[in-house]
Design a protein around this ligand. Structure first.
Ligand SMILES: Cc1ncc(COP(=O)(O)O)c(C=O)c1O
Length: 381
């Protein structure tokens, strides 16, 4: 069983950080690599031509391992979720009247590109609305999604867990239903990948887009994506030299190439060799693979189980375990609780959580302890 890993982070005593869904803290080991690489630019002769390729390749290999992609060539390096989603949306053609299915209050970076695409073709965005707060909500929301997938559905664009309250969507069932009607499944894994197991081999999404700075413990402004082979002839958002065939041959770069590097690499952003950020994310993913996502879930469960029972005892609603992760969940307060007073109490006690929609979003990780979670629970009354 995984033990508390706070010694690997720089979080200070007296700060209860239950807000990994907002932004993860950085591993100390990773910080050291970041500083080392930043300093390298002071000695540019220490950055070789080979470095333009080796770092980005390592990152793609690590990400492929983390999310169980058989061939790392199907991964790409992206700066943000919006970039990854725009890449996918730009490579999908629709017919008038087609539908793109999303869930209620989905994160905007996984909405706007779909709205634009729908407008372009006269298609529609269909929203699988969230059931009211109460027992059976997650189960019912999953059923709503399955029912909303019809012959008109061309794209199902959803997250694995909802960013605001952690409701978990059953991607195996949703994939199966989407396949029945020939719809693509495009997943935003930003609030799950790194903390929750995910297998591309098993789930078979058409694309998986992940921001790096939350559960992958990486830096801001770097993320990763997986694209199914069906996108391999697609149009990237930009045309960067390194993504073209034979770019390794620096002396012949102006022997312009119409072909790209294999697989999904054409979708990698310009300057994806990023000597500062790429090694940071690579090292973070290495650590995540070492811990194992099942172990991270078990650890988060072990430190929150008792506290969640206590919250339910106080009249709060927390989604059933089968329909949420243990790393991210919403705590919905009973109507007679004073939310502003609770917020003030949490702030005064240096307990960091987020307020998303009607939920207090709690998102622990391996650097937290049960005592810290109970400190949060103590403030809820
Ligand atoms: C589910 C989800 N997707 C994406 C993002 C970030 O999007 P972007 O990388 O486009 O800034 C967030 C940030 O909170 C998020 O919660």
């Amino acid at each position: 069983m995984l033990q508390n890993q706070s010694h690997l982070f720089s979080l200070e005593e007296g700060h209860t950080y239950l807000n990994g869904a907002y932004m993860s803290p950085q591993l100390k080991s990773v910080e050291a690599i970041g500083i080392e690489n930043l300093q390298k630019k002071g000695r540019p002769y220490s950055i070789s031509g080979e470095d333009f390729y080796s770092g980005r390749k390592n990152l793609r290999i690590m990400f492929a391992e983390l999310v169980d992609v058989p061939d790392y060539n199907q991964t790409a390096i992206i700066p943000s979720v919006s970039y990854g989603v725009a890449t996918v949306a730009n490579n999908i053609r629709l017919e008038k009247g087609d539908e793109i299915l999303v869930v209620d209050e989905q994160f905007p970076s996984h909405i706007y590109a779909w709205q634009k695409l729908a407008d372009k073709y006269g298609a529609h965005i269909k929203v699988a609305s969230s059931p009211s707060i109460g027992e059976g909500r997650g189960k019912q929301w999953n059923e709503t999604i399955l029912e909303a997938i019809t012959q008109k559905t061309v794209v199902v664009a959803i997250p694995h867990v909802h960013w605001a309250d952690g409701t978990r969507f059953d991607l195996i069932e949703i994939r199966s239903r989407a396949s029945e009607v020939g719809a693509k499944l495009i997943i935003d894994g930003t609030q799950s990948i790194g903390a929750l197991p995910f297998s591309v081999k098993e789930i078979e999404p058409d694309a998986l887009i992940v921001g790096g700075y939350k559960w992958m413990l990486g830096p801001y402004a770097l993320g990763m994506a997986y694209f199914h082979e069906s996108f391999n002839d697609g149009e990237p958002l930009e045309e960067n030299w390194i993504n073209r065939k034979n770019s390794e041959d620096f002396a012949n770069l102006t022997n312009y190439q119409s072909d790209y590097q294999p697989g999904a690499d054409r979708f990698s952003m310009g300057e994806s060799s990023n000597f500062n950020l790429t090694p940071i994310l690579t090292k973070s993913i290495e650590q995540l693979i070492d811990w194992g996502q099942d172990n991270i879930q078990s650890y988060c469960q072990s430190i929150t189980d008792r506290g969640v029972d206590m919250l339910r005892g106080k009249g709060c609603f927390v989604e059933a375990e089968a329909y949420r992760g243990y790393h991210l969940f919403g705590v919905y307060l009973p109507s007679h609780f004073n939310k502003s007073a609770i917020k003030k109490r949490l702030t005064e006690n240096n307990v960091y959580v987020s307020y998303r929609g009607d939920a207090i979003r709690v998102s622990p990780n391996v650097y937290n302890s049960e005592g810290e979670f109970l400190k949060f629970v103590d403030c809820i009354y």
